[in-house]
Design a protein around this ligand. Structure first.
Ligand code: HEC
Ligand code: HEC
Ligand code: HEC
Ligand code: HEC
Ligand code: HEC
Length: 474
């Protein structure tokens, strides 16, 4: 009791006495208003996922704290200045006025703080809310934040185009939540000061989702049996001859094998060069497979294998020129009826352009010119088809190449297969071996049965009763 009274006499009373000046009162109201806003949004954000956005970090860890501290500085400065002034005038009291609401000076001070806090609350609260709503919008992610453009465009054309960024990038749990917010703040800083990597590096940091994020929607125990994979390609001949590859992929085995088991070591941040894999044995201990071509020490980035080690392109799908063009043609445009459109298209989408705008103009002009010169009658009779083909080529380019961000064909490797990038063969290449010479299986039937390779109208599809155009819809 005694110490409380002393505290009041020696600290609170002088504080309120000196604090009774406009600067301190306004500072106090700014600080209180930002604190209330901070807590309100924090609670709303935790409860309501709709507000959940990594860029809230900007507000949580940056703007509101700055306002908060700014207010505190005003409080201290105001009190200091008043004390200084009174001291110079020799008016420092020996006994400070009591904290009593009956004392009109104290009452008025308290009232001013209250009213100013209300006013500030409206201002800080409303602008914070506006800011959050804006940052939550697709427009912020995709357009204002120009850096994200490649990921944003790829996302829009993915099976997850209706899954919010935060569903994957902000995993469950408080830690990942705070981590993501901090990461978002760091990125905004980088963007603001143009201090970001181009292309955005495939991250080993907080950007890479946690495995739980996927399992929130996909239960790995539900991967049973095999999956039929049909891949259509077009040739470089005049008729753009279509060929089909048919595989039966052992999906269950693939999913069952790796998860939670394997710890691997890679020498690069993009995880493309894997030099060692440790596999726990059922009876204890572990088997280590080492890349026999690697002569250096076993050190680098170490990870427990999870979904992202294969599905690194779960949603940011960047295709190879062949894949992208074949897919577009399988969907009908560029129309396979246009002679040599595959060959010409491949050359055009791989051209060197300084921007998407330039690519758009040049690809279109070059395709028109090709048909005007080489197929003048077709240019007249099927002009609309050629125009549509040009549009589709430009779209293929725009979905995969972003000169501004230095993202081009092949910038982001896909780990799912092994034809275009090392993918599964980062480990299953036959040269990752144990001391006793046992290798990670790489027999062609380990992962799939190959039913047809690049065949025109493969019989197997007839036998299965499947029409050959079973291309992915995305
Ligand atoms: C279905 C899950 C999922 C969704 C939804 C998702 N991402 Fe990603 N994102 C990933 C994965 C997985 C990676 C990691 C790739 C890697 O590590 O190789 C990633 C990586 C990134 C990267 C790093 C660059 C790269 O391609 O590796 C950026 C930037 C990014 N995401 C932004 C976004 C934005 C913006 C959105 C919303 C428009 C979004 N992500 C939505 C799964 C997702
Ligand atoms: C919010 C729910 C949700 C989350 C989180 C989610 N997915 Fe999906 N995912 C879906 C839905 C829905 C589909 C099916 C879309 C369709 O068929 O059009 C899908 C489809 C897929 C497909 C099949 C794509 C194809 O071409 O058929 C893969 C692979 C996949 N998800 C992997 C992942 C991975 C890896 C993660 C974690 C990084 C993840 N998903 C996170 C909902 C989710
Ligand atoms: C060892 C590599 C590997 C790992 C690890 C892995 N997957 Fe897959 N997954 C594949 C392959 C390969 C396919 C088939 C690809 C295709 O359809 O072209 C596939 C297909 C899928 C599909 C589509 C299934 C369908 O019926 O079309 C989903 C969804 C999926 N995986 C989710 C996950 C999730 C979630 C995890 C983590 C819990 C995971 N995968 C871990 C390799 C892997
Ligand atoms: C980080 C290394 C690594 C990567 C990448 C990897 N695997 Fe594996 N995989 C292994 C190891 C290790 C084994 C277990 C080998 C053993 O049991 O001797 C294995 C086992 C398998 C098996 C079971 C083989 C059997 O006969 O039991 C299949 C199927 C498989 N992997 C498919 C894939 C596919 C498909 C991919 C690419 C999408 C892939 N793996 C990527 C390391 C890897
Ligand atoms: C470790 C697993 C694994 C092994 C071993 C493996 N493959 Fe594959 N293969 C895959 C996966 C995964 C895909 C991708 C399927 C997809 O695109 O969905 C694939 C795709 C293919 C394709 C179609 C690719 C395309 O784009 O046209 C062919 C052809 C193929 N493999 C041939 C082979 C041959 C030949 C061998 C033996 C030398 C082999 N594979 C060994 C996992 C494997």
């Amino acid at each position: 009791m005694i110490s409380l009274r002393k505290f009041k006499q020696n600290w609170l009373q002088p504080f309120f006495f000196y604090g009774n000046n406009p600067l301190t009162l306004i500072g106090a109201s700014i600080t209180t208003a930002s604190a209330i806003t901070w807590w309100t949004f924090w609670i709303m954000d935790l409860i309501n996922n709709a507000l959940n956005n990594p860029y809230l970090g900007l507000i949580f860890f940056f703007l509101l704290p700055i306002l908060f501290v700014f207010g505190l500085i005003m409080v201290a400065l105001g009190a200091y200045l008043r004390r200084d002034k009174l001291r110079k005038a020799g008016q420092v009291p020996t006994v400070y006025p009591t904290l009593d609401l009956n004392n009109p000076v104290f009452r008025h001070g308290a009232l001013i703080v209250l009213i100013a806090t209300m006013a500030n609350l409206v201002i800080v609260g409303t602008s914070t809310y506006e800011g959050v709503t804006y940052m939550d919008s697709a427009q912020f992610c995709g357009k204002s934040c120009h850096v994200m453009q490649p990921q944003w465009v790829a996302y829009q054309h993915s099976p997850h185009s209706h899954v919010a960024c935060v569903e994957c990038h902000v995993g469950p749990g408080f830690n990942s939540y705070v981590r993501a917010k901090m990461q978002g703040t760091k990125q905004l800083y980088e963007v603001a000061f143009h201090d970001y990597p181009r292309p955005i590096t495939v991250p080993l940091n907080a950007l890479r989702p946690a495995r739980e994020a996927c399992e929130h929607c996909h239960n790995p125990r539900r991967f049973t049996g095999d999956k039929l994979v049909i891949i259509n390609t077009f040739g470089d001949d005049e008729k753009n001859t279509e060929a089909t590859t048919v595989l039966v992929l052992h999906l269950n085995l693939i999913h069952r094998e790796h998860l939670n088991h394997f710890v691997y070591t890679a020498t690069d941040d993009t995880l493309q060069k894997i030099i060692a894999v440790n596999m726990p044995n059922p009876k204890g201990g572990e088997t280590q497979f080492i890349d026999s071509s690697w002569k250096g020490p076993i050190k680098g980035v170490t990870r427990v294998m999870d979904c992202m080690d294969c599905h690194n392109q779960a949603t940011h799908i960047f295709r190879t020129p062949e894949q992208a063009l074949d897919l577009a043609m399988a969907h009908g445009s560029p129309s396979p009826s246009l002679p040599y459109v595959h060959k010409e298209g491949m050359a055009l989408i791989q051209g060197n352009y300084s921007s998407q705008a330039e690519a758009g103009q040049k690809i279109t002009a070059a395709l028109y010119k090709y048909y005007q010169t080489n197929y003048p009658t077709l240019w007249v009779s099927q002009r609309a088809t050629v125009e549509q083909a040009a549009k589709s080529l430009v779209a293929v380019y725009d979905q995969n190449v972003f000169p501004d961000m230095k993202v081009t064909w092949g910038t982001y490797p896909d780990n799912i297969g092994h034809m275009n990038y090392p993918g599964c063969f980062r480990c299953h290449d036959g040269s990752h071996v144990t001391k006793s010479g046992q290798s990670i299986p790489n027999d062609c039937t380990t992962c799939h049965n190959i039913l047809a390779v690049q065949e025109t109208n493969p019989k197997i599809l007839d036998q299965l009763g499947i029409s050959g155009d079973a291309t992915p819809s995305i």
